[in-house]
Every structure is written in C-alpha cells, then in structure tokens.
Design a protein around this ligand. Structure first.
Ligand SMILES: Nc1ncnc2c1ncn2[C@@H]1O[C@H](COP(=O)(O)OP(=O)(O)O)[C@@H](O)[C@H]1O
Ligand SMILES: [Mg+2]
Length: 228
C-alpha cells in the first residue's frame, strides 16, 4: 500500500438487525484517503454516512471488508491493539459535539492527553495552544452549555486533534450550525488539514460544507462513487 494513504477501506459491508429482518446499509464500500487530504462523504440522511464512519473509525465492526489505518488492518487485530491504533491515529468530531458537560472547554481538550498519561501541565499547555489556534482561548474556562454551537464545535475539533491523529473523522460537524458558522468551521478544518498534513473525512448531507474540500465521494445504494 502506498505510504501516502492514511486510511483505506475495501469492500465494506454493514447491516443492522437479524438475519431475517436486516437492513443492508453498506454493500461493498471502498475508499482511500491520502495524507493531508480533506474528503467529504455526501449522501442524504439515512444513506449510511454515520455507519461508514463508525466502521472506518474502528468503532463498529463491519460484517465484511477491511479497514487499513496507516497500513494496519484495524479489524484484524485484537481489541486492545485496535483501541490503541484508534487512540493514536484517529480523531473524532460528532454532530452534537459530545463534549463532557461537567468540564470546561479547556478540560475537555486536555482529556485525551490525560487519558494517555500526560502530566496536567503538559496537557494544559497543549489545550491552551489549540484553543488559541481555533479561536476560543477566551472561552477556555467556560462550560460547553455556556458557549455557542460554533464555539462548541471548535472545542470538539481541538479535542479531536490534540493527540495529533493522522486522520479526523467528522460526522456532520456543522449539522446544527447556521450557514455563516458552518463556513467558518469548514475554513478552519481546511487550514488545520494543511498545517498538520492531517487528513479529514467529513460526512455531510450539505453542499455548503463540502464546497472547499479536496474531493467528494457520494454514498448511494451502499457504495461510494466518485461522482453523484
Ligand atoms: N443502530 C441501528 N439499528 C438499526 N438501524 C440503524 C442503526 N443505525 C442506523 N440504522 C439505519 O441504517 C441506515 C443508515 O443510517 P446512518 O448510517 O445513520 O445514515 P446517515 O448517517 O447517512 O444518516 C438508516 O436506514 C438507519 O435507520
Ligand atoms: Mg448520520
């Protein structure tokens, strides 16, 4: 596999339900994402974007198919190794941010570092630098419920990249934001990708978010196509 490929998936199948009543969501999805590339997965609600991100992010095992993260076959290893690979290489941003409500924005960004065993000084330093970078250092000591939706997503993005993952999977990261705020978040994602030579895979049903990405893929009938 090319060294330039950060994430690749081959022939991914996912379904829900039991054998007699099952919904087949992915039916042989393929994708390859290069270093620093920002790719949007487009598709209407219910087409399987979240399912795809969960399979690619090593969160939910596909029925069939392979997912390689930096050349490593993520579903072929044991659970502990997989968790390690996920923590080291993948960042996640969800539509409804998933910040911990009882912690400040800075503490939320510090969390992955603390979990990885870093000192609180080190974690605090990284969190402050990133909050500064994403433009919300003035909100560092605020709780998620006390800041705007855009600020929450900036914090969620900071948290997703604090461990310097190779790829960030973002599921409708602007799904509940207004158009102006969405455009700002998209711009931030493009800049962060370039600065860190970091790849992003964004799931979205909105053309707005996907206007500046490097490449779009379309999820339809359970497979990914390069054009609509
Ligand atoms: N946990 C689940 N159990 C059963 N069906 C599910 C589950 N999650 C998603 N689905 C179904 O799978 C299909 C794809 O869902 P999803 O991946 O969430 O699509 P999208 O993110 O594009 O809206 C939908 O028909 C949805 O209802
Ligand atoms: Mg979804």
């Amino acid at each position: 596999m090319s060294k330039e490929i950060v994430l690749s998936a081959q022939n991914v199948y996912c379904s829900y339900g039991s054998d007699d009543v099952s919904i087949k969501v992915l039916k042989g999805a393929d994708i390859a994402i290069r270093i620093g590339e920002v790719v949007a997965v487009m598709g209407p609600s219910g087409s399987g974007k979240s399912t795809l991100l969960h399979a690619l992010g090593l969160l939910e095992r596909p029925e069939k198919g392979k997912v390689f993260i930096c050349g490593e076959d993520g579903w072929a290893m044991n659970g502990r190794k997989r968790a390690e690979l996920r923590n080291r290489k993948i960042g996640f941003v969800f539509q409804f941010h998933h910040l911990l409500e009882e912690f400040t924005l800075k503490e939320n960004v510090m969390m992955p570092c603390l979990i990885a065993g870093e000192s609180s000084e080190e974690a605090a330093g990284k969190a402050e630098r990133l909050l500064e970078r994403v433009g919300i250092i003035h909100r560092a000591s605020h709780f998620p419920s006390r800041v705007s939706g855009g600020e929450r997503q900036r914090a969620a993005i900071a948290r997703a990249i604090v461990m310097k993952p190779d790829i960030v999977l973002a599921d409708e990261p602007t799904g509940n934001l207004d158009t102006v705020t969405s455009a700002e978040i998209e711009k931030l994602i493009m800049e962060l990708a370039e600065e860190g030579r970091r790849s992003f895979l964004l799931a979205t049903h909105s053309e707005d978010l996907a206007s500046a990405v490097h490449r779009k893929v379309f999820l339809s009938s359970g497979i990914l196509n390069e054009s609509e």
